[in-house]
Design a protein around this ligand. Structure first.
Ligand code: HGY
Ligand code: MN
Ligand code: MN
Length: 408
């Protein structure tokens, strides 16, 4: 049995119109009006596919397909939110391939032994509200719901996760985690260059990098750009530039083992003729090795403390995310490999550089991921693209793996 590729591709295109950006890009920020529209469409399609829809208190959407017997459902899904100037596949592929799986079983009147669950997790990207993988993080019982609901938007402290959930009408009743899963599968684009470069159809994901997110605020003193001698300056911008240099060099010295990114830098008052009073910047550190993660974080913090001291400045440090690397159980990664082989597709067992909801689900039930190739390895970019054939292959691997998992 195979999925209906045309229906899946059309559905991907339909969701890509919600928050459409440029030629093929999408910007659908978590808890925004666009997120609401995509959620409303998914809810209608879940009901249309005969699923029992549950919305939890963090807006996670779970559609249950009943089966021959009671029990914990085999779950699959991902997220509908995107980053700023994002792509149409990151997240949406996993949710819509999951919906297509359900529709294919309906077309063929197939009843599985175990129930099935299609999931859309809230705020996987974390670009407006920390932490990322928020919905799955809470669903897996790894964070306190009330803390998360009070998490403020980076760009507007008056807006919180809770207030925005309410405004889009997805502050559900169900307690996160109330529905236990038998297993969890996430189909996702690789978002890197490996599968494409090696001309491989499917990535069998064995582990996911750990992620540390920290926000720093370096505090100097605003002063006149023309009258303030160098020795008299408390230049937060210059200190931040030195720190960024150090961070960039650090990741190049540890080539491939640790990745560090300064993705956001905001100077204030941000004027051409004023020595910057403050510099707010973020640090994203990643590695599959927790010890290297900790070492990198410690070394960078030490450099920041030294730099700030020498320049007679102050600084504030806010830990946003500390997610450990996870390794998926062999039983689950083998189930993806077997499904891939049964379809005559090539595969590579590999790690994931990006964080995913499956990384959180790994703390809740046996989980794993399926990757398809990303053209030019581009993602978190409006040019993100995967070929139709790869989308179809990924969805068929998901169908085969879930069918097997839910048949006994
Ligand atoms: O940051 C990540 O890796 C994911 O896209 N949220
Ligand atoms: Mn994603
Ligand atoms: Mn992403």
């Amino acid at each position: 049995m195979k999925i209906n590729a045309q229906r899946l591709l059309e559905n991907l295109d339909r969701y890509a119109q919600i928050g459409k950006m440029g030629r093929i890009g999408v910007e659908r920020i978590a808890l925004s009006e666009e997120d609401k529209r995509a959620r409303d469409l998914l809810k209608a399609q879940m009901i249309d596919a005969g699923l029992q829809v549950h919305i939890d208190q963090l807006g996670n959407m779970i559609g249950i397909r009943k089966s021959k017997r009671e029990g914990n459902p085999v779950a699959f899904g991902s997220h509908l939110d995107t980053v700023y100037s994002g792509g149409r596949y990151d997240g949406a592929l996993g949710v819509l391939a999951g919906l297509e799986l359900i529709q294919t079983l309906n077309d063929n009147q197939i009843q599985t032994e175990k129930p099935l669950a299609l999931v859309n997790f809230t705020n996987e990207e974390g670009v407006r509200f920390a932490p990322d993988m928020m919905g799955s993080h809470v669903y897996a019982g790894m964070a306190d719901l009330s803390d998360i609901l009070s998490s403020p938007a980076y760009d507007n402290p008056n807006e919180t996760v809770g207030s925005c959930l309410k405004s889009i009408g997805y502050d559900g009743e169900m307690e996160p985690g109330a529905i236990q899963f038998d297993a969890f599968y996430e189909l996702h684009i690789e978002q890197g260059p490996v599968l494409k470069l090696e001309q491989i159809d499917i990535g069998v994901v064995e582990q996911v990098q750990g992620i540390y997110w920290t926000r720093y605020k370096v505090l100097g003193e605003a002063n006149h750009a023309g009258t303030t001698p160098v020795y008299y300056r408390k230049d937060a911008g210059f200190a931040a530039a030195k720190i960024q240099q150090f961070i960039g060099k650090y990741t190049r010295r540890k080539e491939g083992k640790v990745l560090t990114t300064v993705g956001s830098v905001k100077l204030s008052p941000d004027a051409i003729n004023i020595v910057p009073e403050s510099a707010v910047f973020t640090l994203d550190v990643r590695s599959t090795d927790e010890a290297l993660l900790r070492k990198a974080q410690k070394r960078i913090d030490k450099y920041i403390e030294e730099t700030v001291e020498v320049d007679e400045l102050n600084f504030e440090r806010e830990e946003l995310v500390r997610f450990s690397p996870v390794r998926f159980p062999l039983s689950m990664t083998d189930s993806v490999q077997i499904a891939t082989q049964s379809l005559g597709l090539t595969y590579k067992r590999m790690p994931s550089g990006a964080g995913h909801d499956a990384q959180m689900m790994a703390h809740f039930c046996p989980s794993t991921m399926i990757f398809i190739p990303s053209v030019r390895g581009i993602s978190h970019n409006v040019e993100e693209f995967s070929h139709d054939k790869d989308v179809e292959n990924g969805a068929n691997v998901l169908l085969a793996a879930v069918l097997k998992k839910s048949s006994s």
